[in-house]
Design a protein around this ligand. Structure first.
Ligand SMILES: Cc1cc2nc3c(=O)[nH]c(=O)nc-3n(C[C@H](O)[C@H](O)[C@H](O)COP(=O)(O)OP(=O)(O)OC[C@H]3O[C@@H](n4cnc5c(N)ncnc54)[C@H](O)[C@@H]3O)c2cc1C
Length: 382
């Protein structure tokens, strides 16, 4: 009998997983014992870390996209471009938007990423910019290009959110960008975060707070935006404070996938999983990797990448009738830009307090080099 492995989501996690599986199980796939199917709702993958650079005019959206057909091995995997509209874990069946027949699976991996939910905050869509999606990043680029004086507020609205370091990077890059243009004296920059420090991880929060002080970036903690008035350009918070802005750059609230909640796999769209095996707690033969998985670490591409390796090994053992032993230790790596030409780097696993390295040009160039080589890592080549 053929074992059918279906992966939903062709972003970082889904692509790396597909390639790891087709590599590890090539013999079984060629013998007809295993089938690997990747389902994504668009024919292309978008590399989200590029959005930060798009906002400053350093990259184009064209450079941030690749056809999925070029990223996966279509001799050993089937690519289905369709939207999954329902998950039935009892009957091991997926419904699809275009294909009435849907898809049956024996092993299912959910890798649908995270969604932005700006509507949760009245006035945010009308009054705020963001760089967490392709259109938002391009609109922000145009707004920044014409911004010569006033108050920029970067407000992180709610946790969890993708790439917890990106908002810190944004204000440090904005500081350097306006200095380069000789406009920094005319531009005030404020960073707000919903909890009692500048970042969820203590060592990164302390590092960022020191840099903010050095670079004259205001920091507001315990700042939870409740409403934005786009005409008056004022943010009102749940804490009862108000903040004026000329340009609001918000990190909108994030949600998981409705499919997850509807299938009883977790609340708010995040799949409840065992943090080491990545197996869903509420259904058999279902795994989740990347942002859609509820894990005690960052929602980051590196986490999706390493988790994909664990699930590939566990699935390979399963289909071979062996007991899976590979586990995920929460490995996360992150380059953090600390200006336009310097960056730092952190590496940690579950429960670790990372050491923040001294920022350097070398680490900045390493981040850019990683971004360029991303498409090779997605293809499993490095
Ligand atoms: C501005 C920004 C900067 C970032 N910088 C970094 C960084 O420097 N380093 C880092 O490690 N991470 C970074 N990240 C985070 C990183 O991009 C994400 O964590 C990563 O993309 C998560 O991978 P994923 O596979 O879980 O989901 P995604 O890459 O988001 O892919 C999900 C895929 O699923 C598809 N999909 C969703 N629902 C369905 C459905 N119902 N049917 C079919 N397909 C569906 C989507 O279209 C998408 O292709 C950044 C993110 C942002 C926004």
């Amino acid at each position: 009998m053929t074992e059918r492995i279906v992966i939903v989501g062709g972003g970082t996690g889904g692509t790396v997983l597909t390639n790891r599986l087709t590599d590890e199980l090539a013999t079984e796939i060629e013998a007809g014992d295993v089938e690997v199917t990747l389902v994504n709702d668009t024919p292309e993958q978008t590399y989200k870390p590029a959005f930060l650079y798009v906002a400053f005019g350093k990259k184009t959206m064209h450079e941030a996209r690749r056809p999925l057909a070029d990223l996966v091995d279509l001799r050993h995997a089937t690519l289905v471009v369709d939207r999954v509209t329902g998950i039935d874990t009892e009957n091991k069946h997926l419904t699809l938007a275009k294909d009435d027949g849907g898809l049956d699976y024996d092993h299912l991996v959910l890798a649908m990423g995270a969604n932005l939910a700006p509507d949760e905050v009245p006035g945010l869509k009308e009054g705020g910019h963001h760089f967490y999606g392709p259109n938002g990043a391009e609109k922000l680029r145009d707004a920044l290009a014409g911004f010569t004086e006033g108050h920029i507020v970067l407000s992180v609205i709610g946790v969890p959110h993708m790439c917890p370091a990106a908002p810190v990077e944004f204000v440090l890059m904005a500081d350097a960008w306006f200095r380069e243009r000789g406009l920094r004296d005319q531009v005030e920059i404020t960073y707000t975060y919903p909890i009692m420090r500048a970042h969820g991880i203590k060592s990164i929060a302390e590092w960022a707070t020191e840099l903010f002080e050095e670079r004259d970036i205001n920091l507001e903690t315990f700042f939870n935006a409740e409403e934005v008035d786009p005409d008056a350009k004022v943010i009102t918070t749940m804490e009862g404070t108000e903040l004026d802005y000329d340009l609001l750059v918000a990190i909108p609230p994030h949600t998981g996938s409705d499919l997850v909640t509807d299938a009883g796999l977790g609340d708010d769209g995040w799949v409840e999983v065992d943090k080491n095996t990545l197996e869903a707690k509420n259904a058999d033969d279902v795994y989740a990797i990347g942002d859609v998985a509820e894990l005690p670490t960052s929602k980051a591409g590196s986490v999706a990448h390493y988790a994909a390796g664990t699930v590939a090994d566990r699935l390979a053992s399963r289909v071979r009738g062996l007991v899976p032993t590979e586990t995920f230790d929460g490995k996360t790596i992150c380059f953090i830009e600390s200006g336009m030409d310097e960056a730092t780097f952190v590496e940690f696993s579950y429960g670790d307090e990372p050491v923040v390295r001294e920022p350097s040009q070398l680490l900045h160039w390493s981040k850019l080099a990683y971004n360029e080589s991303y498409w090779l890592t997605a293809r499993g080549l490095i």
